[in-house]
Design a protein around this ligand. Structure first.
Ligand code: AMP
Length: 636
């Protein structure tokens, strides 16, 4: 007998503990949990209390013991023309060697290790080695520049940093070491050690007494056994920084046991992967998708994971499909931006390879527009599964799960990621009153009722108060239970499909990367020639959104050459401090910015004008000439 998805979802909430107790059996516990969910101190939640387990054991050791020769990690780099395949036994040996190095350098349980690496196997070894010994890893995206890196070093206060000489993108080498050295100079906290992976791509200076050579230490510690530390389920496993409304990024903190159970369940029920098969996520380890679905999820599930360093169009736009064919990929995960890039190339490239192994393509990170969804669905001939989630949730919140035994599959619908996943008590609330919007087709704030399911963030690293005030106190007056705000607008249709209508805060989404406009504004206003600045996200055909800056210069540039020069300097500053993803597409110089009489910047009006839309209610606008100026500039 089959159950409807709605009934199944309801059961996951009303019979919460029984539901998750069953899922907990997907992972190995050294001591079984004594309590499934401790929700007694809202808005916090603790999952699988008293149980002890280890992410590395579940991802590596247990498979290495039962099927050592099976593929675990496949690494392909079209940047340096290399491929390496590690079996579970080989992966275990690498992870143990890395763990031995860390331990020998005094890294112990609870210490932070910051990982600033490109997409190389050592990045996965490093994450898993930390998990093995109970050190807390904090991966910082390799494209981030020194100032961003420095703020993360100061927040995480790592004992050790793991980095490499260089990354590479589209054939262009990006030297990491100078960026790291600069970040350590800028940071107040000084990590005791820097472990360097030398790829032979860029020569670098070594700081005596601080910098260590990975190849040399790997050889020294090779074969040294390092047992997995059995950790209470709620021990922090990692932090991952993400942007919000303020300039300072938040360290999203995850646990051990809840994360393992949530990922194992999603690999089976949402992704429909099978142990022994190959999973290919095109993301980067610097993002949450890389954590959940390049490293931990597939490995915990006993799948081989394909880690790819390169762009989707090098050597040509068929490179991903050649990998699907070669490694018989069954489940693939990417982002709409990447598909939009492929769409600009010859569709015949999608027919060149045997894609018969592929069962589905999952897309997440930003809205999937219908033309892009339809194009890739027709080209691949497999289901395209939109899924919506956040760094904070760790795994999909809205999608259509097709692989739950005994449960009716919900059909996909273009434009909507789908329905709330099991374990998530999702509501739409009125922004002002906090009342639940029970009728369909009403726009409201998408929230999750306490407790968040296993796998979601525990807190903001080192700042419980910020966790509570940021996420749980932003929607007023909802009496029943505390609610977590996603900061996304949503709408539910009569069939229960949820549509995402954009952010409620000042976060923009550039090619699936989440950026706080405040961070970019802080960087630009640090330029001596800039008096004031507003940054907004505007729609872009390829990247979804791009940043656009409106700056009030200290002196208006006298000529267009002078304006161009100032714009160039500002862009360079953003590149250097935050990285190229954050660079505004244009910097427009204005005499004043549109503000309310109380001095609040009217970002939404700016954004509307920049996108050619009606700016809406402007009764609070202090000086109407400000917006008129912006319009003139945009149409020049
Ligand atoms: P991040 O934490 O970087 O993964 O960004 C999360 C944000 O990206 C969400 O709050 C949404 O605004 C957006 N997002 C992620 N997935 C989707 C999706 N499938 N459809 C629409 N927006 C999405």
């Amino acid at each position: 007998m089959t159950e409807t998805y709605a009934d199944f979802h309801r059961r996951s909430l009303t019979e919460r503990d029984a539901f998750w107790a069953e899922q907990a059996q997907r992972v190995d516990w050294q001591t079984p949990p004594q309590q499934i969910c401790d929700a007694s101190k809202p808005p916090f939640a603790r999952w699988f209390v008293g149980g002890t387990t280890n992410l590395c054991h579940n991802a590596v050791d247990r498979h290495a013991a039962s099927r050592p020769a099976d593929r675990a990690l496949i690494w392909v780099s079209t940047e340096v023309g290399q491929e390496r395949v590690y079996s579970f036994a080989e992966l275990q040996a690498e992870v143990e060697a890395m763990a031995a190095i860390l331990s020998a350098q005094g890294v112990s349980q609870g210490d932070r290790v910051l990982i600033y690496l490109p997409m190389i196997p050592e990045a996965a070894f490093a994450m898993l080695a930390c998990a093995r010994i109970g050190a807390i890893h904090s991966v910082v995206f390799g494209g981030f520049a020194s100032v961003s890196l420095a703020s993360r070093i100061d927040d995480a206060t790592p004992r050790l940093v793991i980095s490499a000489d260089a990354g590479s993108r589209a054939g262009k080498r990006l030297a990491y070491k100078p960026l790291l050295d600069e970040a350590i100079t800028l940071a107040a906290h000084k990590p005791a050690r820097v472990l360097m992976v030398d790829r032979g791509l860029a020569a670098f200076e070594r700081v005596a007494g601080r910098d260590l050579d990975y190849a040399e230490l790997r050889q020294r510690h090779w074969g040294q056994p390092v047992p997995c530390a059995w950790l209470e389920s709620n021990t922090p496993s990692y932090t991952l920084y993400t942007s919000g409304t303020t300039g300072t990024p938040k360290g999203v903190q995850r646990d051990v046991g809840g994360y393992a159970v949530a990922l194992a369940t999603s690999m089976d029920w949402i992704f429909g992967g099978k142990p022994g098969e190959t999973y290919f996520s095109t993301s980067d380890i610097g993002w949450v998708v890389g954590h959940s679905y390049i490293v931990y999820g597939p490995l915990i599930h006993g799948m081989a994971t394909l880690m790819y360093e390169g762009t989707p169009v090098n050597p040509d736009a068929a490179v991903w499909w050649s990998l699907v064919e070669k490694y018989r990929v069954t489940v693939m995960f990417s982002a709409p931006t990447a598909v939009r890039v492929l769409k600009k190339h010859d569709p015949a490239l999608l027919k060149r390879h045997d894609l018969s192994s592929l069962r589905a393509l999952f897309l997440a990170g930003e809205p999937l527009d219908e033309p892009t969804g339809r194009w890739i669905a027709e080209a691949l001939g497999v289901p395209i599964i939109d899924n919506y989630w956040q760094t904070e949730t760790g795994w999909p919140l809205l999608t259509v799960a097709h692989h739950i035994p005994g449960v009716e599959a919900v059909p996909t619908r273009f434009g909507s990621p789908g329905m709330p996943m099991y374990g998530y008590d999702v509501k739409l609330l009125d922004e002002n009153s906090g009342a639940e919007l029970a009728e369909p087709n009403q726009k409201g704030v998408l929230v999750i009722e306490h407790p968040l399911p296993p796998g979601a963030l525990q807190t903001v690293w080192g700042d419980d108060a910020r966790f509570v005030s940021t996420y749980w106190q932003s929607v007023p007056g909802h009496a029943r239970r505390p609610v977590y705000s996603t900061f996304d607008w949503g709408l539910r249709d009569a069939q229960g499909y949820t549509f995402i209508l954009g952010r409620t805060d000042d976060v923009i989404n550039v090619a699936g990367h989440r950026l706080g406009t405040r961070e970019i504004e802080e960087c630009i206003s640090g330029h001596p020639g800039v008096a004031e600045v507003a940054v907004v996200g505007v729609a872009d055909q390829l990247k979804g959104q791009v940043a656009l800056a409106f700056a009030v210069p200290r002196e208006l540039p006298a000529t267009s050459e002078a304006a161009l020069a100032l714009e160039g300097q500002i862009m360079k500053r953003v590149d250097e401090q935050l990285g190229a993803v954050a660079r505004p597409s244009r910097v427009l110089f204005v005499g004043l910015l549109p503000k309310t009489r109380s001095g609040k910047l009217l970002r939404r009006a700016l954004q509307a004008v920049a996108e050619g839309r009606d700016p809406g209610d402007l009764t609070t606008l202090d000086d109407p000439t400000a917006l008129a100026q912006v319009k003139t500039l945009l149409h020049k």
